[in-house]
Design a protein around this ligand. Sequence first.
Ligand code: SAM
Length: 337
Amino acid sequence: MSSAGQRARMEEFMARAGAFRESRVILVAVELGIFQTLAKGPLSAEGLARQLRLVPRAVTTVCNALVSLGWLKKKKGDAYSLPRGLRPLLDPDSPHTRVHGLLHTAYVFHSWAQLDAVARGQVDPGETRGKRRTRESNRNFILAMQELSPGREHEMAALLDLSDCSTLCDVGPGPGHYSVALAKKYPRMRFTLVDDPESLEVARDYVGRMPPAISSRFTYVPGDLLRKKKPDWGGPFDAILLSNVVHIFGEEENQAIVQRLAGMLSPRGVLIVRDFAINDEHTAPPVAALFAVNMLANTSRGGCYSERQVRAWMAGAGLSRCKTLDFPPSYLVLGYK
Ligand SMILES: C[S@@+](CC[C@H](N)C(=O)[O-])C[C@H]1O[C@@H](n2cnc3c(N)ncnc32)[C@H](O)[C@@H]1O
């Protein structure tokens, strides 16, 4: 290989290792409120620093880097502004905002920064995350579930045939967007959302913005999947949805959860488990293997689980008739009573 080719390969090698820089400069801008402030109008570095009580040198350097990446524009000498194409995503008041998603990603960044301490057994990430959690950070997390994969709820609703079901319990629903999409498809189905009280408030707010023909079919029940006592959530249910929840817990916890949920299904009811599709060796694809690292950094026992593992939990809970629907990068495993 030519020396120019070798140099290019080496640059690529180091660029991958240093890829956090680009991400961090974007995330710190949202954490500091730079994008949110510029959504109201252009400002100079001094103006931003004054309004946000920041160090002018830091604001100038971060904003200039964002201009270089195309995330900000610099016009009229010193004033920074949001590029037209990114404005709907970076304006917290826009219906297309991704600001909660970005704030949640920034929150998670701090967990990734302590991965070395997690690997050395010096911190329990579940405990650290619990201590860092605030009402605001939890609201960002819940709203991020919809913002980070917009439109997925409609794809999932199109994929699922629940025409035999008249009740669905969505456990750990985030803002409730998957149930809302199903409510649009099935106009007579009734929904029960189960989550911790703070998260349920966010869901109630989100669903409450839907037309009454949708929102009037929703019930909200505070509940904890880890509570051993038989939950009283108003079942039995024809369908139970557990979407992007099993990755929070360890394998034994999930076995117990699936067992408990199977006991809440009506005869011929279906438990739907959706999560990142990782292979049996847990080595591919990268999106799932990296998500497992996210769970290592943020939870005490969580991770990604293969379809085979989910089917084994279902079989152990007496849901022996199973089928899997591909929903890349996820699976939907359906287990029938
Ligand atoms: C990653 S979000 C998934 C949200 C949504 N289902 C989706 O697919 O986008 C995890 C959800 O599980 C909820 N959750 C976490 N631990 C829980 C527990 N022990 N009991 C009930 N819900 C829980 C969270 O509050 C959140 O709503």
